[in-house]
Design a protein around this ligand. Structure first.
Ligand code: AMP
Length: 206
């Protein structure tokens, strides 16, 4: 099973990706996590991404396409994956089509978690408070200024992917405002629906 989870920051992509990992025995490929690991390891990619990410802006397409391509080739991704935070631009979606074609893989579905924008800020504020309460380090981009830029980037650069995948017949929209378990159930139902599998010709088209 190969999936894309689409939605703004705070929509619950990470939580739902974990549920999909458990249910389908696939791996979560989060470009945000990979970039944060690169920053922690102080690799050249990490050095390039650090300030851009802290600001809340998007890292250049070629950087994320490169890391996702390498990650897809790892043995643990053979059984499938859920892409979380990638693609984030139409150019990335087109690069993904090319990668899948080259690797002879197909995509099963694109799941959009639709959330009310007004709820996002309070959701993220709650996440920050919970992390602090657990004594965890808060992300460098979990602050009001960076959040505004992240939401603007989503609206301008990522939201067009909803139309992009909708036109390809690959999109499944789920109400992300419901409780976590209800969202999981809605995703499972959408994936089980007879028309959920999108053929190679729909998603691999450049
Ligand atoms: P996330 O963990 O998905 O919220 O991503 C955190 C940050 O990592 C984003 O605000 C971007 O700076 C960067 N990032 C993650 N994925 C991508 C991507 N696909 N394209 C560009 N930048 C990304």
């Amino acid at each position: 099973m190969r999936l894309i989870l689409l939605g703004p920051p705070g929509a619950g992509k990470g939580t739902q990706a974990q549920r999909l990992v458990q249910r389908h025995g696939i791996v979560q490929l989060s470009t945000g996590d990979m970039l944060r690991a690169a920053i922690a390891a102080n690799t050249p990619i990490g050095q390039k991404a650090k300030d851009i990410m802290a600001r809340g802006a998007l890292v250049p397409d070629d950087v994320v396409v490169g890391i996702i391509s390498e990650r897809m080739d790892k043995p643990d991704a053979k059984n499938g994956f859920v892409l979380d935070g990638f693609p984030r631009t139409v150019a990335q979606a087109e690069a993904l089509n090319r990668l899948l074609k080259e690797k002879n893989l197909n995509l099963d579905a694109v799941i959009e978690l639709r959330v009310d924008e007004d709820a996002l800020l309070s959701r993220i504020e709650r996440r920050i408070a919970e992390m602090k309460a657990r004594g965890e380090t808060v992300r460098a981009d979990d602050n009001a200024d960076a959040l505004k830029i992240r939401l603007d980037a989503y609206r301008a650069q990522t939201a067009p992917l909803i139309t992009y995948y909708g036109q390809k017949g690959a999109l499944k929209t789920v109400d992300g405002m419901a409780g976590i378990d209800e969202v999981t159930a809605a995703i499972n139902a959408a994936l089980a629906a007879p028309d959920s599998s999108v053929g190679r010709q729909n998603t691999a088209r450049a």
